[in-house]
Ligand binder design. Structure first.
Ligand code: NDP
Length: 292
């Protein structure tokens, strides 16, 4: 069997097109556009790149960006004040504090200070708490996990009643994606670094979500024939033949897995593009809630 390749790049482009249309309609009807504030502390190159990509994506769909590029030595109190001012700004519907924050900053306090109604990253403890409870919908769902479910939906994969295995239990990916699968009535197993007999557990999965950050760890013979594989991992491995000297691979051995799975996401071009598309979606939804 050769798997269907789930084209996250194309699906994300479709979603961005849908968002653009909705933003235009909002502007025409209400003379308002959604606004996303980015808060970047310090000069980490990777964080700068992520923020730049998010702002570019906003511009392409007509969402206004509000940038706050702050010095690495900003005090906790001053950073808190920036968040509070953004909470009070009616043109800002989403606040994104780029992580990680410098060591002297209490990240938990900053993330908790973001207004629930503007928590488009979905990392506020109350939003995560609601995600983990029955019949308590969060205002926002974290973007990467939401993107994984959207990929399944748009590929026509049934989740209800299926055996789902999530590799990883991080607050950012593993745990929230597991909760989303549970809400959609999958029978769920969550694996982590202490899980025993991992290949056997993975082999039970009709739907496998891999988010461990270990290059090509999941081998083809771990995968149940016909399973759907969503590979969240992004790992740089040395490659002398590549221009940059490295290439990106997922947590799943793609070449092997695609011969066994029924559908699989590539890395890059699978989950990655969905994360930003879901951030735009959350920002638009936040702005719509403000109009309601
Ligand atoms: P973390 O390092 O926070 O979590 C990794 C998880 O994997 C942990 O729960 C850990 O277990 C588990 N794990 C680690 N090694 C093993 C192992 N050998 N066997 C079983 N489980 C293991 O990573 P993140 O969740 O933040 O990210 C995971 C991957 O997803 C990374 O490659 C990251 O780059 C990528 N990513 C991609 C995004 C995208 O937009 N495409 C967005 C965010 C992340 P334990 O809890 O026991 O330590």
């Amino acid at each position: 069997m050769t798997a269907q390749i789930i084209d996250g790049k194309a699906i994300a482009a479709t979603i961005r097109g849908e968002i653009k249309t909705e933003v235009e309609a909002m502007q025409a009807q209400h003379d308002k556009v959604p606004g996303l504030a980015t808060v970047l502390v310090g000069e980490r190159k990777d964080s700068q790149t992520y923020v730049r990509m998010k702002k570019k994506a906003c511009a392409e769909v007509g969402i206004a960006s509000f940038s706050h590029d702050l010095p690495a030595d900003i005090s906790q109190a001053d950073l808190l004040k920036v968040v509070q001012d953004l909470n009070a700004n009616p043109d800002v519907h989403g606040i994104l504090v780029q992580l990680p924050l410098p060591d002297h900053i209490d990240e938990e306090e900053i993330l908790s200070a973001i207004s629930l109604e503007k928590d488009v990253d979905g990392f506020h403890p109350i939003n995560i708490g609601r995600l983990s409870m029955k019949r308590r919908d969060p205002l926002f769902v974290p973007c990467t996990p939401k993107g994984c479910i959207e990929l399944l939906n748009r590929t026509g994969v049934t989740i209800e009643g299926k055996r789902a295995v999530v590799l990883g239990r991080s607050n950012i990916v593993g745990l929230p994606v597991a909760m989303l699968l549970l809400h959609r009535n999958a029978t769920l197993t969550i694996c982590h670094s202490r899980t025993q007999n991992l290949p056997q557990v993975v082999h039970e999965a009709d739907i496998l979500i891999a988010a461990v950050g270990r290059p090509e760890m999941v081998k083809g013979d771990w995968i149940k024939p016909g399973a759907v594989v969503i590979d969240v991992g992004v790992n740089a491995v040395e490659d002398a033949s590549a221009k940059k000297g490295y290439r990106l691979v997922g947590d799943v051995d793609f070449a092997e897995a695609k011969e066994v799975a029924s559908a699989i996401t590539p890395v890059p071009g699978g989950v990655g593009p969905m994360t930003i598309a879901m951030l735009l979606r959350n920002t638009l939804d936040g702005a719509k809630q403000g109009l309601a």
